[in-house]
Design a protein around this ligand. Structure first.
Ligand SMILES: [Zn+2]
Length: 286
């Protein structure tokens, strides 16, 4: 279907992720990992560099809800649950879930900078706490931040008071680290209930789903990830990808597919924007 090969210059892009690629633009205050990979790793696998676990597991687990259910939630709550933006212009929003981390998020930031693309990152509060400089870097680059809970539980399986804590704690952590208070909220696994929606609304947030899923969490090849996105994108699309995974989980497919996706959609006349710009709504509480 797509005869243009994936850009080989990006493969493998991360043999030494912090050598060469990032050195020319080393962010101020960024920890100096230029000795990597000589750094001692606990289990010998550099990709399992510790970041906090996702308490319900990564998106691929059976917790995941179907897109049909998302469409149903949107029809029940059209203002509170958003699937996509207006279709009047060839604009799309890239969204990246589950970060920040120190392995994959920096590589994604590097690619977005290279192509001058602004995106929206749905962040996990505990990981913001662990990797504050990555969040600060991301915000400085002009990307947008949304709330993806504190520890990534399935919100339909925990008490409502805990749902509230998950959202508020994350908002506070993001605010402490970066000075912004996100209005955009994305529930892990896309799992919702009427009670969760009411809680989110009471906190002044809106729920941002997606209409195009890269399925980059599903152990697909980069070509499959790119095809999932390119075959389904339309004007106003919100694209779901990931900028971190479960501990030790590889997002090499995302990193490899991303430049190709950006180039191809641009060739088709699309521009990339943030969720707030796409929706014409503020990203943050004032
Ligand atoms: Zn997630």
């Amino acid at each position: 279907m797509y005869n243009k090969p994936l850009p080989s210059a990006h493969w493998p892009p991360y043999a030494y992720p912090f050598h060469g690629h990032l050195l020319d633009a080393w962010p101020a205050g960024w920890p100096d990992w230029r000795g990597w990979p000589e750094r001692p790793w606990t289990d010998g696998n550099p990709w399992s560099r510790q970041t906090s676990p996702l308490s319900g597991g990564p998106e691929r687990v059976s917790e995941r809800h179907s897109h049909t259910q998302h469409v149903d939630w949107h029809s029940l709550y059209p203002r509170e649950v958003i699937l996509r933006g207006p279709a009047d212009r060839k604009r799309v929003a890239l969204t990246f879930d589950d970060g920040p981390d120190q392995v994959w998020t920096p590589q994604i930031l590097r690619i977005l900078a290279q192509y001058a693309v602004k995106a929206t990152f749905m962040c996990v509060g505990r990981r913001v706490q662990e990797h504050p400089q990555v969040l600060q870097w991301l915000v400085r680059e002009g990307h947008e931040v949304g709330n993806h809970t504190f520890s990534h539980p399935n919100l339909t399986k925990i008490p409502l008071v805990e749902v509230r804590n998950q959202i508020v704690q994350t908002e506070n952590e993001i605010h402490r680290v970066s000075g912004v208070r996100p209005r955009f909220f994305r529930p892990p696994y896309g799992a919702l209930s009427d009670e969760v929606i009411r809680e989110v609304r009471a906190l002044g947030d809106i729920i941002i789903f997606w209409d195009v899923d890269s399925l980059d969490w599903a152990r697909l090849t980069a070509v499959q990830v790119a095809t999932n996105v390119l075959a389904h994108t339309a004007p106003g699309t919100i694209i779901l990808m990931h900028s971190a995974g479960g501990n030790g989980e590889s997002l090499a497919n995302t990193v490899q597919a991303l430049p190709y996706i950006i180039q191809t959609l641009r060739e088709q006349g699309y521009t990339f924007t943030t969720v707030s710009d796409l929706l014409g709504q503020p990203a943050y509480k004032s």
